[in-house]
Design a protein around this ligand. Structure first.
Ligand code: ZN
Ligand code: ZN
Length: 413
């Protein structure tokens, strides 16, 4: 299946944000063949061009969420191991459509999504953000990706079901697992390097995988010209993951000064996901999060803002992430409101545009309004540089979302 090319799109009477300088340019933007063709004033456009007067609106590059799970159709992730992948795919399409409506034109899926879902989006079969996916996350036995309760022995690792992780123990096994995920087109390899909230038997403060295993995964990803992202909460786990060469730290709620120093020196990224704890505390049990997982939330919620502040002060490259599950996906933009306590508006906008683009290896392609980039953009009716929380309320403040030069969400009429 292929899609028909979009007609050219001319956006007039708007303010376009350069996220690097933090300055707006008033004028017009012409998109053609899915790319930004030209910006300026009094642009000439082909005859069949769709023209939109944005009435002084504020235009940003399409948003990028660097930590999502589009196949997390429930907060009870263990149940996905025995759920039909077709059923999961149908609801994943719904979740992706919601993300697009909230202004996210690209997302990085941090376990669950695969080449099939990415292709379905790319070919226009489903509405949603472009997917940079990692397939299944690698977990050790008893790690964050091991969904068995202590009384269970057998694990059904049917390769076609919608489970988010696979168990691999030992250097040879993790190499084979990483190669297998890369074989299926993964943009990155995800490893579980500490305990987590939604896993039944591990402790948040555990470290997971030996250094030899972590280094082996990094070696395989590097050989493939890809990188490794690690789920890790506390400094002990984060610091050894960075030492092993991991490029992207997911969550990092309990990092220390050494973590900040290593993140900067190694040019790694931190992807906090504060809104998920906020949402889990509010609604987790209602959406299927087991009781013992719910109790772990409190441990990490309050530390998260402190970690963000420490990283921001230290000059770490911080990308926007949310990590929401099940019915809580609708809170995706609330992360802007939570982080606004610590990050300045422009820094926060960069985290969801240019910095996330760099993390995804798509600098110049997304996260910018420069000519040549993909024509992904969001239109706001108020200035996010004076009040960044307008991004937290897309229903009220985001009249238009454009992806690949097409208007994909229109709340303006
Ligand atoms: Zn995680
Ligand atoms: Zn996650």
């Amino acid at each position: 299946m292929t899609t028909t090319p979009a007609p050219a799109l001319l956006l007039r009477n708007a303010r376009f944000l350069d996220v690097e300088s933090g300055r707006y340019t008033e004028g017009e933007l012409l998109a053609a063949d899915g790319r930004i063709a030209e910006t300026g004033t009094r642009l000439t456009a082909p005859a069949d061009t769709e023209v939109r007067d944005l009435r002084g609106g504020f235009v940003l590059p399409g948003l990028v969420d660097a930590h999502v799970h589009v196949t997390a159709i429930t907060a009870h992730l263990a149940s996905l191991a025995t759920t039909s992948p077709l059923y999961v795919g149908a609801y994943a399409a719904q979740i992706m459509g919601g993300m697009l409506d909230r202004g996210f034109t690209t997302v990085r899926d941090m376990a669950g999504a695969d080449y099939g879902l990415a292709a379905a989006q790319a070919e226009g079969a489903i509405r949603g953000p472009r997917l940079a996916f990692g397939g299944r996350a690698l977990s050790q036995t008893g790690g964050h990706g091991d969904n068995r309760g202590p009384g269970a022995h057998l694990r059904d690792d049917h390769p076609c079901c919608g489970e988010h992780s696979r168990i691999a123990d030992g250097v040879d096994a993790v190499r084979a697992a990483a190669r297998d995920e890369l074989r299926k087109g993964s943009h990155h390899v995800k490893v579980m390097a500490s305990g987590g909230v939604a896993s039944p038997t591990d402790r948040i403060d555990s470290t997971q995988y030996s250094m030899d295993e972590l280094r082996a995964v990094v070696e395989e990803a590097t050989a493939f010209n890809r990188y490794v992202a690690a789920h890790a909460y506390h400094a002990r786990a984060v610091n050894r993951a960075l030492e092993a060469g991991i490029r992207s730290v997911e969550h990092g709620n309990l990092i220390d000064d050494d973590s900040v120093r290593q993140l900067v020196e190694r040019q790694a990224f931190l992807v906090p996901t504060l809104v998920t704890y906020w949402a889990l505390q509010k609604e987790g049990r209602e959406f299927g999060l087991p009781e013992n997982s719910w109790r772990k939330v409190d441990e990490v919620l309050h530390a998260g803002l402190g970690a963000l502040e420490r990283a921001e002060r230290g000059g770490v490259r911080i990308a926007y992430g949310t990590d929401l599950l099940g019915g809580m996906h609708r809170h995706q933009n609330e992360e802007f409101r939570i982080r606004a306590e610590v990050q300045r508006p422009l820094a926060l906008i960069r985290s969801a545009t240019s910095i996330a683009a760099r993390l995804l290896g798509q600098e110049g392609e997304i996260g910018t309004l420069a000519p040549g980039a993909r024509a992904d953009l969001v239109v706001l009716d108020a200035d996010p540089l004076s009040d960044v929380t307008v991004l937290a309320d897309p229903d009220r403040h985001m009249p238009l979302v454009v992806q690949d030069g097409r208007v994909v969400t229109d709340r303006s009429r």
